[in-house]
Ligand binder design. Structure first.
Ligand SMILES: [Zn+2]
Length: 66
């Protein structure tokens, strides 16, 4: 994954993980309607990559697209 930079601080953002209190990984609907799920009228769900700025604490989320 390419280096992400904080838009406010300009420093490299650190990869972090995001999970619920229950310990389950989060997924996000991508809006893509490809393949089997699309035919069923469902959007694809992807896992989420999170990065956190060590300076200001900003967190950005990226859907893990193929
Ligand atoms: Zn920052």
């Amino acid at each position: 994954m390419e280096q992400r930079r904080c838009p406010d601080c300009g420093v490299p953002m650190e990869p972090t993980s995001l999970r619920s209190n229950g310990g389950f990984g989060l997924v996000i609907d991508t809006g893509k309607r490809d393949g089997m799920l699309g035919k069923l009228g469902l959007t694809e769900a992807a896992s989420v990559d999170a990065v956190c700025c060590p300076e200001c604490g900003l967190v950005r989320l990226y859907a893990d697209l193929d």
